[in-house]
Design a protein around this ligand. Structure first.
Ligand code: FAD
Ligand code: NAD
Length: 466
């Protein structure tokens, strides 16, 4: 009889866990994957990336129909009305198809799906829904959950003070949505409800939106969101939220201290970050400690300090992004199978799926300047023929390169399709490209991607179209 029930047991079936499970099975290992949710795919597929993009896409179409965008192309519409229930249903259909797709892939790859929350008994034994399961290697891929704001109670069912899960499921368009936190979730979901008709106020503690992104991008993003009608209260903190019936009253004051004021809203979204899911895992039973931020530390091979226990995704340090979790999922399976897994944590693109999209990879200008001399070149989307033709003038592409070698250190862009454009920049950074390499690569015309070529041309010489 085998010593263990499985070669590998993965706890969590999000983009980290399900990908690790599939890759481990592809490599010939006997694999089980436990998850407490009813469906596979974790936060990303169930209440994150996928449903948010379904609503972002749907709401963008609605906004185009009502805000005069169609009219720019000579398309006349009659009265346009919103069927929110139908928009929510197409979101649920996408989620169902994609979570079902993972179930299919598990069957195809003979991964056993264990339904239930898992907790360690020892490093090789885990209890899932009351049953003991043993494995030679255990991967913790439990992801993250919303960071609570002290003194503020989220109640997604009541729909007044909600987190991202509640904000994705509203059955009515709020009259006034106050978003606490001008990060990725606040801006994406704030954009959804603004487009569908809500007045949106974003309260951000810092003096700019989108911490961690390039300074120019953060400033330009704020201008664009303001132009779109979002009210931004920067350098402002929320000190309390009182709910009476269907109305919330928020007390806010300058972050640095000062006179308080109140805001009233029928919906408040708390989006001040996410924290790792480690509670209830029984980490104390295996002697695995978490760091100050509640994350599980690992080596570059995703081994924790406990032999046989590995960790990936949102539960470990690094950006909380689905593709980072997926890449780590592939790598951890390869390490467990005795191969060498590779994740280049210096080249993880990030994208905000607003309109226009905001994307970046590599170093920001601020960080690059701290490290040495740099050259910076910016090309406006206004001068890109395709963006201009499509009536999408906002944004720019910015290339940051080493001053001596002209090797590309970072690329940041705001453009309608920045999320797709950034893939080329990530490849360039991965291959150690210089700006010249990008400038001398033929780019199809007319495409938004030509703006990256032109920005790269600006590092060594001059762009053509400006
Ligand atoms: P998760 O996806 O969180 O999966 C972990 C799973 O483990 C969950 O299903 C959980 O139920 C389960 N679990 C937890 N504890 C246990 C336990 N003890 N036993 C069994 N199961 C357990 N990222 C992007 O890259 N692009 C986006 O567009 C994007 N949009 C987002 C939108 C929203 C609204 C949110 C909230 C997040 C978004 N993210 C996005 C972030 C992305 O969802 C996460 O980075 C990603 O899901 C992390 O993957 P993971 O596998 O580490 O964890
Ligand atoms: P975030 O870290 O992106 O933004 C949180 C914001 O809240 C920050 O700007 C922070 O300064 C602000 N803040 C913190 N405390 C505050 C307070 N008391 N009052 C006012 N502002 C406060 O976090 P998020 O938007 O909640 O997203 C969580 C994670 O989910 C992110 O790490 C992100 O990577 C991931 N995510 C990614 C995508 C994407 O890739 N498109 C989409 C959604 C979520």
């Amino acid at each position: 009889m085998a010593e263990y029930d499985y070669d590998v047991l993965i706890i969590g079936a999000g983009p980290g866990g399900y990908v690790a499970a599939i890759r481990a099975a592809q490599l010939g290992l006997k694999v089980a994957c436990a998850d407490g949710r009813e469906t596979l795919g974790g936060t990303c597929l169930n209440v994150g990336c996928i449903p948010s993009k379904a609503l972002l896409h749907g709401s963008e179409k609605f906004a185009e129909a009502v805000d005069g965008t169609f009219a720019k192309y000579g398309i006349k519409t009659g009265p346009v009305t919103l069927d929110l229930a139908a928009m929510q249903q197409q979101k649920l259909d996408s989620v169902k198809q994609l979570t079902g797709g993972i179930e299919f892939l598990f069957k195809k790859n003979k991964v056993t799906w264990l339904k239930g929350y898992a907790a360690f008994e020892d490093a090789h034994t885990v209890t899932v829904a009351g049953a003991k399961v043993t494995a030679r290697d255990v991967v913790i891929a439990t992801g993250s959950s919303v960071t609570p704001l002290p003194g503020v109670t989220v109640d997604n069912d009541a729909g007044v003070v909600v987190d991202s899960t509640g904000a994705l499921a509203l059955s009515q368009v709020p009259e006034h949505l106050v978003v606490i936190g001008g990060g990725v979730i606040g801006l994406e979901l704030g954009s959804v409800w603004r487009r569908l008709g809500a007045k949106v106020t974003v309260v951000e503690f810092l003096d700019q939106l989108l911490p961690g992104m390039d300074g120019d991008v953060r400033k330009e993003a704020a201008k664009i969101f303001k132009k779109q009608g979002m009210e931004l209260k920067l350098s402002t903190k929320v000190t309390g939220v009182a709910v009476k019936g269907k109305t919330a009253t928020l007390t806010v004051e300058p972050s640095a201290g000062g006179a308080a004021e109140t805001l009233t809203a029928d919906c408040v979204l708390v989006s001040i970050g996410r924290r790792p899911n480690v509670e209830g895992l029984g980490l104390e039973k295996i002697g695995l400690e978490v760091n100050k931020r509640g994350q599980i530390e690992t080596g570059h091979d995703f081994r924790t300090s406990v032999p046989g226990v590995w960790a990936i995704g949102d539960v470990i340090p690094g950006p909380m992004l689905a593709h980072k979790a997926e890449d780590e999922g592939v790598a951890v399976a390869e390490f467990i199978a005795g191969q060498t897994g590779i994740v280049n944590h210096n080249v993880i693109p990030s994208v905000v799926y607003t309109f226009p999209e905001i994307a970046g990879v590599g170093l920001t200008e601020e960080v690059a300047r701290e490290k040495g001399e740099v050259k910076v070149s910016k090309f406006p989307m206004l001068a890109n023929s395709r963006a201009k033709t499509n009536h999408e003038p906002d944004g720019f592409v910015k290339v940051i390169a080493d001053a001596k070698t002209e090797r590309v250190l970072g690329v940041w862009c705001i453009a309608s399709v920045a999320g797709s454009m950034i893939a080329e920049a990530a490849l360039a950074l991965e291959f150690g490209a210089t700006a010249e390499d990008i400038a001398y690569t033929s780019h199809a015309h007319p495409t938004h991607a030509e703006a990256l070529k032109e920005a790269a041309m600006g590092i060594g010489g001059k762009p053509i179209h400006i």
